[in-house]
Design a protein around this ligand. Sequence first.
Ligand SMILES: CC(C)(COP(=O)(O)OP(=O)(O)OC[C@H]1O[C@@H](n2cnc3c(N)ncnc32)[C@H](O)[C@@H]1OP(=O)(O)O)[C@@H](O)C(=O)NCCC(=O)NCCS
Length: 167
Amino acid sequence: MLKIELLDSTHDRGGFDCGGEPLNRYLQQIARQHIAKGISKTFVLVDEDATPPKPVLGFFTISLCQVLGQQVPAKWTKKLPEQIPAMRLGRLAVATSHQSAGYGKALLVEALLRIGLVADLAGGVGLFVDAKDEGAAAFYKRFGFEPTGAALTLFMPMETIRRLAAT
Ligand SMILES: CC(C)(COP(=O)(O)OP(=O)(O)OC[C@H]1O[C@@H](n2cnc3c(N)ncnc32)[C@H](O)[C@@H]1OP(=O)(O)O)[C@@H](O)C(=O)NCCC(=O)NCCS
């Protein structure tokens, strides 16, 4: 059965290939250090019945962030302070062997659920993502991410997150 869990030593990161070397390298060399240092959390999609180390089929990375009001689309910034707490979807990727099977969407929905939980406890106006290219941006926009002032930086307000997470 497929499961999304926090990256740890039982996962095989070495064989992961999403077609993007920086994303592969992040998972293989940096993600666990960032978890250990409290910088971000990386969650992986695995088949829980696989023999350990379980191959990683996909992953996403989330972290806290703080942005300036001007980085948020204008319609969401009314009466907000200059510095605004938010969350960041740092990375999301699916192994090329498993793309176009709904795993990217499943990972995004799980990320949104977790972002909603963080917001319940500590606030946050929404989720930012830096798409790596126009193709990735198209994927995110499909789910309701909105353009910001910066070309490939997209934003999803908390009310959209709550609506999507509830469906
Ligand atoms: C982008 C990526 C995460 C999508 O994952 P995936 O598992 O292939 O996508 P899914 O099968 O879950 O697709 C979900 C929906 O999004 C659509 N979709 C997928 N990629 C898309 C794209 N680039 N643009 C627009 N829509 C896209 C699918 O058609 C599908 O639509 P449907 O629900 O109507 O069937 C994956 O292709 C990937 O890892 N690419 C390389 C790394 C990358 O670009 N990551 C983005 C982070 S910067």
